[in-house]
Design a binder for this molecule. Structure first.
Ligand code: NAI
Ligand code: MG
Length: 357
């Protein structure tokens, strides 16, 4: 049976990298005999907002919930629509309503990419950041009192539930189990945040009992960020609460070079709802319309989607095709952000060709 994929290109370079994402997926699907059926939606973009006064139609949930996955480009065009409206009105709705409680980002130094960390080669950096995506520090519990007076007080509570903590830990442990190094690092701050973070640590210890073959360690978030930069080779799977995961999931990919290649997934592991796959980058208004955006972030997100749909071999093959094209280093093919003079299309086509070969 065909897997039904909802395509939402969004704004700016989202509309330029998406066709290359689809090209790569079609080539991979052909080689591995996977049936994919794409349905394109215009909503979730600022142009849709300007026409309809909202980012999504009222029945978006009904329209999308039956899909096997959502493949998103990028959303946002600050000159047309304020960012908090475009982002909250689209992407964040999907993450919440579809209970995509895992945010997953690979941090892998690819061949031909210069790491901002001196002396690091491909193979030195290859880990995942797993971020809790629904609760924790990003809660709406709290309030403001005595506004504008000397007694002004603001409070925002962290919410950690056993269900919420355990399910992200379970996902991270299972991911570690699929990896050769079988190592899990937990981000904490139990020396300063003395109620929720010790609880988080406690649940890690409890969960670890079910995974005796996984080596577990933990660091306080402050030294952990330092170690991402100093010793990226220490890490395999790193799991953190919403806030810590947010920080680590930007820092990790930054240690592996250009933002144009970094992919991400927002996952509902049980498959009760569709998961969402998107590049880390935004709509890049500064280069939009020029055909020079790097499509690899979109294509690699597609590889993550294939893996999520149960085709790990196909996903791995697509990542290998990306590596092959980056290694070849043809400046006529590569985009400017990775040192070439090529276009979105030349790089996308080269990757699709590599997967077909
Ligand atoms: P951005 O990621 O769009 O751009 C940051 C810088 O990286 C720019 O100089 C851009 O040219 C460059 N860049 C980004 N992607 C690239 C690619 N594929 N190839 C080559 N260069 C690339 O972030 P920015 O400028 O802060 O945000 C622009 C808009 O995107 C805003 O409306 C923002 O809200 C939105 N945004 C959306 C995200 C999403 O859809 N998940 C994530 C981040 C930002
Ligand atoms: Mg972030």
């Amino acid at each position: 049976m065909a897997h039904r994929i909802a395509i939402i290109a969004g704004d700016g370079i989202g509309t330029e990298v998406m066709p290359e994402g689809i090209r790569a997926l079609e080539a991979t699907a052909k080689r591995f005999n996977i049936e994919l059926e794409f349905t394109t939606f215009e909503f979730g973009s600022c142009d849709y907002y300007l026409e309809h006064g909202k980012m999504l139609p009222d029945d978006w949930f009904e329209q999308l919930k039956g899909f096997d996955a959502l493949f998103y480009g990028a959303v946002g065009w600050p000159d047309k629509v304020p960012d908090h409206i475009s982002l909250w009105g689209s992407l964040l709705q999907f993450r919440r309503q579809f209970d995509q409680y895992i945010n997953l980002r690979p941090c892998k130094l690819m061949p031909g990419i210069k790491s901002p960390l001196a002396g690091r080669e491909p193979g030195d950096i290859d880990f995942y950041v797993v971020r809790e995506n629904t609760e924790g520090e990003y809660s709406s519990v709290g309030g403001k009192m005595f506004e504008g007076t000397d007694r002004e007080v603001v409070i925002q509570d962290t919410v950690m539930t056993r269900t919420g903590v355990d399910r992200v830990l379970k996902y991270a442990f299972e991911l570690a189990q699929t990896r050769p190094r079988k190592k899990l690092t937990s981000a904490t701050k139990s020396n300063g945040i003395s109620i929720t973070m010790p609880y988080w640590d406690e649940r890690v210890v409890e969960m670890a009992k079910g995974y005796p073959e996984i080596a577990v360690d933990k660091f306080h978030i402050d030294i952990l960020t330092a170690n991402f930069v100093l010793h990226p080779d220490w890490f395999d799977v790193v799991v953190g609460s919403n806030l810590f995961g947010d920080i680590l999931s930007d820092l990790g990919p930054a240690c592996t070079g250009t933002i144009g290649i970094a992919p991400s997934a927002n996952i509902n592991p049980e498959g009760h709802f569709p998961s969402l796959f998107e590049p880390v980058h935004g709509s890049a208004p500064d280069i939009a319309g020029k055909g020079i955006a790097n499509p690899i972030g979109q294509i690699w997100s597609g590889a993550m989607m294939l893996e999520h749909l149960g085709y790990k071999e196909a996903g791995d093959a697509l990542v290998s095709a990306i590596e092959e094209v980056l290694s070849a280093g043809d400046s006529q093919v590569l985009t400017r952000d990775v040192g070439g003079q090529g276009t979105t299309e030349s790089l996308g086509k080269a990757i699709a060709d590599a997967i077909t070969r």
